[in-house]
Design a binder for this molecule. Sequence first.
Ligand code: FES
Ligand code: FES
Length: 162
Amino acid sequence: MTAPGGQCEVSMTVNGAIRTVRVHPMERLLDVLRQRLGFTGPKEGCGEGECGSCSVLVDGMLVNSCLVPVLQVHGASILTIEGLSQGPELHALQSAFLQCGGAQCGVCTPGILMAAHHLLNRNPQPTPEEIREGLAGNLCRCTGYAQICEAVAQAATRASTL
Ligand code: FES
Ligand code: FES
């Protein structure tokens, strides 16, 4: 796997497709996704694991991709915000965020949606308190969280009535 110049080949599945990149093993997953693979949905806010803007799922676990050396995800399956919808069809969470006004700015929203997706995967019918806890790692610096939490609750209710 190691190549000249200290680089290595890392393969991972991103949104269902296998991708192989030649990188320095300590390159951040966030940078590899954005700069090498073109998945610009995950955003850099703080760059130190505090804001959740860079959230993605790695093998179903919610992670801050700004903290993950890319070598750690060799062989893993990554889901970014780009993989949430099915083609042009919005994911139920995305529709609920639109309807409730939960989608605010482009920096925090992708990470919040990934955290909400992770929450509903584990707990399809969360209480309001559990929704707030599930999104606790995702910060918005400019507004409130009421519509965001309402959107997650609405998506959960819709899924339960399908
Ligand atoms: S940019 Fe990764 S947690 Fe803030
Ligand atoms: S940081 Fe995105 S709406 Fe405030």
